[in-house]
Write a protein that binds this ligand. Structure first.
Ligand SMILES: O=C(O)[C@@H](CO)OP(=O)(O)O
Length: 204
Protein backbone atom coordinates (compact mmCIF):
# COMPACT_ATOMS: atom_id res chain seq x y z
CA UNK A 1 0.00 0.00 0.00
CA UNK A 2 1.37 3.39 -0.95
CA UNK A 3 0.94 6.63 0.93
CA UNK A 4 0.02 9.89 -0.77
CA UNK A 5 1.78 13.16 -0.06
CA UNK A 6 0.36 16.46 -1.27
CA UNK A 7 2.61 19.50 -1.04
CA UNK A 8 1.03 22.92 -1.55
CA UNK A 9 2.77 26.26 -1.55
CA UNK A 10 0.65 29.02 0.01
CA UNK A 11 -1.26 31.36 -2.30
CA UNK A 12 0.18 34.73 -3.31
CA UNK A 13 0.88 36.91 -0.26
CA UNK A 14 0.86 40.71 0.01
CA UNK A 15 4.65 40.61 0.05
CA UNK A 16 4.93 38.30 -2.97
CA UNK A 17 2.87 40.94 -4.77
CA UNK A 18 5.08 43.79 -3.51
CA UNK A 19 8.23 41.81 -4.36
CA UNK A 20 9.55 41.85 -0.77
CA UNK A 21 11.71 39.19 0.90
CA UNK A 22 9.31 37.52 3.29
CA UNK A 23 10.94 34.68 5.21
CA UNK A 24 9.46 34.45 8.71
CA UNK A 25 7.43 37.66 8.48
CA UNK A 26 3.65 37.35 8.44
CA UNK A 27 1.91 39.08 5.52
CA UNK A 28 -1.64 38.04 4.63
CA UNK A 29 -2.71 36.41 1.40
CA UNK A 30 -3.86 38.72 -1.38
CA UNK A 31 -7.28 38.25 -2.94
CA UNK A 32 -5.53 36.38 -5.75
CA UNK A 33 -3.74 34.22 -3.18
CA UNK A 34 -7.03 33.34 -1.49
CA UNK A 35 -8.41 32.38 -4.90
CA UNK A 36 -5.37 30.17 -5.58
CA UNK A 37 -5.82 28.39 -2.26
CA UNK A 38 -9.53 27.82 -2.92
CA UNK A 39 -8.82 26.56 -6.45
CA UNK A 40 -6.29 24.07 -5.08
CA UNK A 41 -8.85 22.84 -2.53
CA UNK A 42 -11.39 22.40 -5.33
CA UNK A 43 -8.86 20.51 -7.47
CA UNK A 44 -8.07 18.09 -4.63
CA UNK A 45 -11.76 17.54 -4.00
CA UNK A 46 -12.39 16.92 -7.71
CA UNK A 47 -9.55 14.38 -7.67
CA UNK A 48 -11.28 12.58 -4.79
CA UNK A 49 -8.41 13.22 -2.38
CA UNK A 50 -9.37 13.20 1.31
CA UNK A 51 -6.23 13.54 3.44
CA UNK A 52 -5.88 11.72 6.75
CA UNK A 53 -3.41 14.22 8.19
CA UNK A 54 -2.81 17.95 7.80
CA UNK A 55 0.40 19.88 8.40
CA UNK A 56 1.37 23.51 7.99
CA UNK A 57 3.97 26.00 9.19
CA UNK A 58 3.83 28.53 12.01
CA UNK A 59 3.19 31.32 9.49
CA UNK A 60 -0.14 32.94 8.65
CA UNK A 61 -0.07 32.68 4.84
CA UNK A 62 0.36 28.89 4.88
CA UNK A 63 -2.19 28.38 7.67
CA UNK A 64 -4.74 30.54 5.89
CA UNK A 65 -4.11 28.65 2.64
CA UNK A 66 -4.84 25.36 4.39
CA UNK A 67 -8.02 26.76 6.00
CA UNK A 68 -9.35 27.95 2.64
CA UNK A 69 -8.54 24.61 1.03
CA UNK A 70 -10.39 22.74 3.78
CA UNK A 71 -13.40 24.98 3.31
CA UNK A 72 -13.52 24.13 -0.40
CA UNK A 73 -13.04 20.45 0.34
CA UNK A 74 -15.94 20.50 2.86
CA UNK A 75 -13.63 19.09 5.51
CA UNK A 76 -14.59 20.41 8.93
CA UNK A 77 -13.49 17.93 11.56
CA UNK A 78 -9.70 17.79 11.45
CA UNK A 79 -6.64 18.25 13.58
CA UNK A 80 -4.09 20.57 12.00
CA UNK A 81 -0.48 20.26 13.07
CA UNK A 82 1.40 23.55 12.85
CA UNK A 83 5.13 23.41 13.19
CA UNK A 84 7.92 25.94 12.81
CA UNK A 85 10.01 23.25 11.08
CA UNK A 86 7.88 23.81 7.97
CA UNK A 87 8.41 27.59 7.98
CA UNK A 88 9.86 29.43 5.00
CA UNK A 89 13.63 29.89 4.88
CA UNK A 90 14.48 32.71 7.33
CA UNK A 91 15.67 35.58 5.15
CA UNK A 92 17.38 37.31 8.10
CA UNK A 93 18.34 40.92 7.45
CA UNK A 94 16.80 40.81 3.98
CA UNK A 95 13.30 40.21 5.38
CA UNK A 96 11.00 43.07 4.41
CA UNK A 97 13.39 44.49 1.78
CA UNK A 98 12.32 44.91 -1.83
CA UNK A 99 14.14 42.38 -4.04
CA UNK A 100 14.93 45.00 -6.72
CA UNK A 101 16.23 47.44 -4.06
CA UNK A 102 18.44 44.65 -2.72
CA UNK A 103 19.80 44.02 -6.24
CA UNK A 104 20.54 47.75 -6.63
CA UNK A 105 22.38 47.76 -3.30
CA UNK A 106 24.33 44.47 -3.37
CA UNK A 107 24.31 43.61 -7.07
CA UNK A 108 22.31 41.13 -9.11
CA UNK A 109 24.76 38.28 -8.62
CA UNK A 110 25.06 38.52 -4.82
CA UNK A 111 21.29 38.64 -4.41
CA UNK A 112 20.92 35.63 -6.71
CA UNK A 113 23.47 33.74 -4.60
CA UNK A 114 21.48 34.53 -1.44
CA UNK A 115 18.22 33.48 -3.06
CA UNK A 116 19.28 30.45 -5.05
CA UNK A 117 22.57 29.02 -3.84
CA UNK A 118 22.35 25.92 -1.69
CA UNK A 119 24.58 26.77 1.21
CA UNK A 120 25.28 30.52 1.25
CA UNK A 121 22.96 32.08 3.84
CA UNK A 122 21.71 35.67 3.48
CA UNK A 123 23.05 37.89 6.31
CA UNK A 124 21.46 36.79 9.59
CA UNK A 125 19.34 34.18 7.82
CA UNK A 126 19.22 30.58 6.56
CA UNK A 127 20.55 28.96 3.41
CA UNK A 128 18.44 26.26 1.77
CA UNK A 129 20.77 23.76 3.45
CA UNK A 130 19.96 25.29 6.85
CA UNK A 131 16.25 25.14 6.04
CA UNK A 132 16.55 21.48 5.02
CA UNK A 133 18.37 20.77 8.30
CA UNK A 134 15.17 21.53 10.25
CA UNK A 135 12.52 20.58 7.66
CA UNK A 136 13.83 17.12 6.77
CA UNK A 137 14.25 15.68 10.29
CA UNK A 138 10.69 16.80 11.03
CA UNK A 139 9.43 15.16 7.83
CA UNK A 140 11.31 11.97 8.57
CA UNK A 141 10.13 11.74 12.18
CA UNK A 142 6.52 12.94 11.91
CA UNK A 143 5.31 12.56 8.35
CA UNK A 144 7.20 9.82 6.53
CA UNK A 145 6.15 7.03 8.96
CA UNK A 146 2.50 7.93 8.25
CA UNK A 147 3.08 7.77 4.50
CA UNK A 148 4.77 4.39 4.93
CA UNK A 149 1.58 3.20 6.66
CA UNK A 150 -0.40 4.20 3.57
CA UNK A 151 -1.87 7.47 4.87
CA UNK A 152 -2.66 10.54 2.77
CA UNK A 153 -0.90 13.64 4.09
CA UNK A 154 -1.40 17.26 3.06
CA UNK A 155 1.31 19.84 3.77
CA UNK A 156 0.69 23.56 3.16
CA UNK A 157 4.02 25.36 3.36
CA UNK A 158 6.45 27.63 1.51
CA UNK A 159 8.64 27.89 -1.58
CA UNK A 160 11.90 27.04 0.15
CA UNK A 161 10.73 24.63 2.87
CA UNK A 162 8.98 22.68 0.10
CA UNK A 163 12.15 22.82 -2.03
CA UNK A 164 13.96 21.07 0.81
CA UNK A 165 11.33 18.31 0.85
CA UNK A 166 11.16 17.95 -2.94
CA UNK A 167 14.95 17.70 -3.12
CA UNK A 168 15.00 14.80 -0.66
CA UNK A 169 11.93 13.00 -2.04
CA UNK A 170 12.99 13.23 -5.70
CA UNK A 171 16.69 12.76 -4.92
CA UNK A 172 17.68 15.98 -6.70
CA UNK A 173 21.05 17.69 -6.61
CA UNK A 174 21.31 21.24 -5.19
CA UNK A 175 21.59 22.57 -8.77
CA UNK A 176 18.43 20.76 -9.84
CA UNK A 177 16.33 21.88 -6.88
CA UNK A 178 17.44 25.49 -7.13
CA UNK A 179 16.25 25.59 -10.73
CA UNK A 180 12.80 24.36 -9.62
CA UNK A 181 10.27 27.13 -8.96
CA UNK A 182 7.20 26.04 -7.03
CA UNK A 183 4.26 28.26 -8.00
CA UNK A 184 1.89 29.67 -5.35
CA UNK A 185 -1.10 27.40 -4.84
CA UNK A 186 0.47 24.66 -6.95
CA UNK A 187 -0.01 21.11 -5.61
CA UNK A 188 2.71 18.49 -6.01
CA UNK A 189 1.43 14.95 -5.40
CA UNK A 190 3.62 11.93 -4.69
CA UNK A 191 2.96 8.28 -3.98
CA UNK A 192 5.38 6.95 -1.38
CA UNK A 193 6.03 3.25 -0.86
CA UNK A 194 6.19 1.30 2.44
CA UNK A 195 9.99 1.63 2.23
CA UNK A 196 9.63 5.42 2.29
CA UNK A 197 10.85 5.79 -1.30
CA UNK A 198 9.13 7.69 -4.09
CA UNK A 199 6.95 5.44 -6.25
CA UNK A 200 5.63 8.09 -8.63
CA UNK A 201 4.75 11.72 -9.00
CA UNK A 202 1.09 12.13 -9.85
CA UNK A 203 -0.42 14.89 -11.96
CA UNK A 204 -3.90 15.88 -10.80
O1 LIG B 1 10.61 35.98 0.05
C1 LIG B 1 10.59 34.77 0.37
O2 LIG B 1 10.45 34.38 1.55
C2 LIG B 1 10.77 33.72 -0.71
C3 LIG B 1 9.46 33.14 -1.18
O3 LIG B 1 8.56 34.10 -1.62
O4 LIG B 1 11.43 34.33 -1.78
P1 LIG B 1 12.48 33.70 -2.78
O5 LIG B 1 11.67 33.14 -3.92
O6 LIG B 1 13.28 34.90 -3.17
O7 LIG B 1 13.30 32.68 -2.06
Amino acid sequence: MTGTLILVRHGQSEWNLKNLFTGWRNPNLTEQGEGEARATGKALKAAGIVPDLYYTSALRRAQHTLDLMLEEMDILNVTITRNIALNERDYGDLSGLNKDDARARWGEEQVHVWRRSYDVPPPGGESLKDTAARTLPYYEAEILPRLQQGKTVLIAAHGNSLRALVMAIEGLTPEQILAREIATGEPTVYRIGPDGKLVERVTL
